[in-house]
Design a binder for this molecule. Structure first.
Ligand code: NDP
Length: 469
């Protein structure tokens, strides 16, 4: 959908009369949130976007991914419904129906983004932005925009360098636009994107094989929970190939072949989920002197300032945390500071996050490994159980909870949960963890019964004590 508000290319190359207070490059979550907040503070704001408003999260990321996860989850729930008395014969999944409805929903959300910007008075330009100097940005080399400050929020895109031939593989963008479900799907990598799509696609009916170089998937998460997630994925039917020495990807006739170790594995489609690279090309950063970090991301300080005065960056184009709510928080903190004189920074330490696998793995705070390193003596509280809904249906999948407590202060340092609804539960618990809740605070909280989440306030027995190695 094209923006109804864009006066995209004024016919002249004359600069606007008065400079904008802020020009934002990128109309994704971080850029739009920053532009709107700045406009709400009374700033004159321009935003440049070359594609659809909403960016990765809305158009080709979090939102369609979660809609696809819901589609997969219905399949599982239909299978679980029989012991509850339901007859669900001949249930079929239609990818075409899902695609059509997804397009309508994404168009609707994009329309909301358009209207929000329009209502807030942000001027939207359509085209490729390149920074000419610290106060001038060109749109498609045609339109010159003058601004007192420049904010770069251009996000990231799939890496294409992990192994030779990787360009033969699909990216998550392609997978979300599939018209035919691949019977056999190979997945390269075992981060968020790899595991979410592995679980979703298996749930929709593909046979999925995941190749990764570590022994456990999801590096950076709590080690024990990574092992439990691996078990849950295997129980779902996903084939995991840990310790894979991936060598190359090749297109052969109708198949895509992954060469790993001494073996060739043939698939109908292969997903490249080996990480994402910041979108910095073509912005003119080198000429401007904007410093990049070793991974190619824009280097920023805690104030989202780049190495060039009046040029800022937030979100996935920087190398902090590649999460939508983080980009939004960084952008809002920045423009509050610029236009209202606050001095806010974003605390990246206790950001809750979830991997939307089936079941999802959700986390807030430190892993056991990091907590032991930083605090020395820990109490670990763990439980694993079959939730009522699963047990009644004769299912075997378990919910696992782990609470990590600093022994000296009793403070809850981390909570990790593998199980249905864990993202919703962790979001609420993140408030308590951010406030510095202690284990005693959890203990004096009365349970909501019967729920899965009540187990979080009923953990009395210490499962293990851990000291720094
Ligand atoms: P991640 O960084 O999470 O995972 C990349 C995966 O690719 C890892 O398993 C990594 O292995 C592997 N890999 C990287 N390079 C190579 C290589 N050369 N050879 C073999 N394997 C390689 O990236 P994603 O693309 O999954 O996600 C990008 C970001 O997007 C994430 O950091 C996350 O913040 C965000 N995101 C968040 C979601 C959510 O909140 N639910 C959903 C999707 C994305 P190794 O671990 O061994 O390095």
């Amino acid at each position: 959908m094209n923006s109804p508000i864009a006066n995209a290319h004024p016919s002249t190359t004359e600069p606007t009369n008065a400079p904008f207070d802020l020009v934002v490059i990128g109309g994704g979550s971080g850029g739009v949130a920053s532009a709107r907040r700045a406009a709400a503070h009374g700033a004159k704001v321009a935003l440049i976007e070359k594609d659809r408003l909403g960016g990765t999260c809305v158009i080709r990321g979090c939102v369609p991914k979660k809609l696809m996860m819901y589609a997969a989850k219905f399949g599982r729930e239909l299978a679980e419904a029989a012991p509850y008395g339901w007859t669900v014969d001949n249930a079929q999944f239609s990818l075409a129906t899902w695609q059509a409805n997804k397009r309508v929903e994404i168009d609707r959300l994009e329309g909301i983004y358009n209207r929000m910007l329009e209502n807030s008075g942000v001027v939207v330009y359509r085209g490729n932005a390149s920074i000419r100097d610290g106060r001038t940005v060109m749109v498609d080399d045609l339109t010159e925009i003058h601004a007192k400050r420049i904010l770069i929020a251009t996000g990231a895109r799939a890496n294409r360098h992990a192994v030779p031939g990787i360009e033969q593989a699909m990216t998550s963008d392609d997978l979300l636009d599939l018209s035919v479900l691949p019977k056999r799907l190979g997945v390269l990598g075992a981060g968020y994107i790899a595991l979410e799509f592995a679980s979703i696609m298996q749930g929709l009916g593909s046979e999925v094989t995941v190749f990764y170089r570590d022994q456990l998937p999801l590096r950076g998460f709590d080690r024990g929970m990574r092992a439990k997630l691996a078990d849950a994925l295997v129980a779902q039917g996903v084939c995991l190939m840990p310790g894979s020495a991936m060598r190359s990807v090749e297109k052969q006739d109708h198949a895509t072949v992954v060469f790993a170790g001494d073996t060739a594995f043939e698939f109908d489609a292969v997903l490249n989920a080996t990480g994402r690279s910041p979108n910095v090309h073509g912005l003119g950063l080198e000429a401007l002197g904007v410093a990049l970090a070793s991974d190619g991301a824009i280097a920023v300080n805690e104030w989202s300032e780049t190495s060039v005065p009046n040029v800022y960056a937030v979100g996935d184009v920087t190398n902090r945390m590649a999460l939508t709510p983080v980009a939004i928080a960084e952008g809002r903190a920045l423009v509050d500071n610029l236009f209202t004189g606050t001095q806010r920074t974003v605390n990246h330490a206790s950001v809750a996050t979830a991997t939307f696998t089936m079941p999802p793995l959700s986390t807030v705070g430190l892993t056991e490994e990091a907590a032991a390193e930083q605090y020395g003596a820990l109490r670990i509280y763990e439980t694993e159980f079959r939730p009522m809904k699963v047990a009644f249906a004769g299912g075997t999948s378990k919910t696992a909870i782990k609470v990590i407590v600093d022994d000296a202060s009793d403070r809850v340092l981390g909570v990790h949960m593998l199980g249905d609804d864990s993202p919703e539960i962790i979001q609420a618990l993140a408030v308590a963890v951010t406030m510095g809740a202690t284990k005693a605070d959890l203990d004096r909280t009365i349970a909501v019964h019967p729920t899965t989440a009540e187990e979080l306030v009923l953990l009395r027995e210490v499962s293990r004590r851990v000291t720094r190695a």
